[in-house]
Design a protein around this ligand. Structure first.
Ligand code: MF3
Ligand code: CO
Ligand code: CO
Length: 254
C-alpha cells in the first residue's frame, strides 16, 4: 500500500529532509585523505542527535552504525570502520534522519583528495542520471519513466545500473512502497500522483552490474571490482511537478 502524504505531512517531512541535507553539507570538509569512516560516522551521528533527530540506519535490521560509507567498488551499505580514506578514492555517504516521526534519506558520492579522471566521469554521470530521473517526476507520468531514463543515460556512457537495490517510498517508515527501479521501460509501473514521497538513488557501475554481498551481510560490492557511484534524493510529487526535499537551494551540490 502506498501512503500518500497530506500537505501537512509533507510540511513536517521537510524538516527531516532538510536535516539530512544539512548533514551532507556539514560533513564535506571532513572527507579528506587519512580520515576513517568511523570518524565520519561519529561526526554525523553527533550532529544528527544534537538536532533532536535519530540516525535511521542505527540498528535498522541489525545495521551497526549511523550512516553508510561506501568506498570505490562498494555499491552501497558499507559499514563505517577504522579504514582510512585515501587520495583518489570515491566514497558515498548515505544519510537518513528520523525527526518528528518521519525519515529523510539522501546520499552523495565525494571525491577524496584529487579525483582520477575516470572516477570523476563516473561520478558526474551518476549525479546527472539522478537529475534526469527527477526530471521525469510529475503527476500523470509513470514510475517506469524514471528507471528507463536513468538506464538509457548510464548505458549511453558505457556504464551499468545496479538491479538489486532500488529507490523507495519513504515517510513514517524508512522503506515503503512503491519501489523505484533505476532501469526499465517508459510507461511501465504505477502512475505518478501528487502526495507520493519517494527516493531516487541510482547506483551506477563502471563495469558490469553484478554484485555480491560480503560476509558481514551488508556491504554490497561489484563482482568485477569496478568502481560504483551513487546519489540519492527524497522528493515529493506536487500539483505541477516535483519538490526535491533533500536539496537546499544554493548549498546542496547536487
Ligand atoms: N539509506 C539506504 C537507502 O537509501 C538504506 C540503508 S539501510 C542500512 O535506502 F541499514 F544500511 F542503513
Ligand atoms: Co534510500
Ligand atoms: Co539512503
Amino acid at each position: 500500500m502506498i501512503h500518500f502524504k497530506t500537505d501537512e505531512e509533507i510540511n513536517t517531512m521537510r524538516e527531516t529532509c532538510r536535516l539530512a541535507a544539512e548533514v551532507l553539507i556539514m560533513i564535506e570538509p571532513y572527507v579528506k585523505p587519512g580520515v576513517t569512516t568511523d570518524k565520519l560516522n561519529e561526526v554525523c551521528h553527533d550532529f544528527i542527535v544534537s538536532n533532536s533527530a535519530v540516525p535511521s540506519p542505527l540498528n535498522y535490521r541489525g545495521f551497526p552504525k549511523s550512516i553508510c560509507t561506501s568506498i570505490n567498488d562498494v555499491i552501497c551499505h558499507g559499514i563505517p570502520s577504522d579504514q582510512k580514506l585515501r587520495n583518489g578514492d570515491i566514497v558515498n555517504l548515505d544519510i537518513t534522519t528520523y525527526l518528528n516521526g518521519f525519515h529523510g534519506d539522501t546520499s552523495r558520492t565525494f571525491f577524496v583528495g584529487s579525483p582520477r579522471k575516470k572516477a570523476e566521469k563516473l561520478v558526474e554521470v551518476c549525479k546527472e542520471a539522478l537529475q534526469k530521473g527527477i526530471d521525469c517526476v510529475k503527476p500523470g507520468g509513470w514510475l517506469g519513466d524514471i528507471g528507463a531514463t536513468i538506464q538509457q543515460f548510464a548505458e549511453s556512457h558505457g556504464y551499468s545500473v545496479v538491479r538489486e537495490f532500488c529507490g523507495h517510498g519513504i515517510g513514517a517508515n524508512f522503506h515503503e512502497e512503491p519501489q523505484i527501479l533505476h532501469y526499465g521501460n517508459f510507461g511501465d509501473g504505477l502512475e505518478i500522483k501528487k502526495g507520493m514521497v519517494f527516493t531516487i538513488e541510482p547506483m551506477i557501475n563502471m563495469g558490469k552490474p553484478d554484485l555480491k554481498v560480503l560476509p558481514d551481510k551488508w556491504t554490497a560490492v561489484t563482482q568485477d571490482s569496478s568502481l560504483s557511484a551513487q546519489f540519492e534524493h527524497t522528493l515529493c510529487v506536487t500539483d505541477s511537478g516535483v519538490e526535491v526535499m533533500t536539496r537546499i537551494e544554493g548549498r546542496t551540490e547536487f
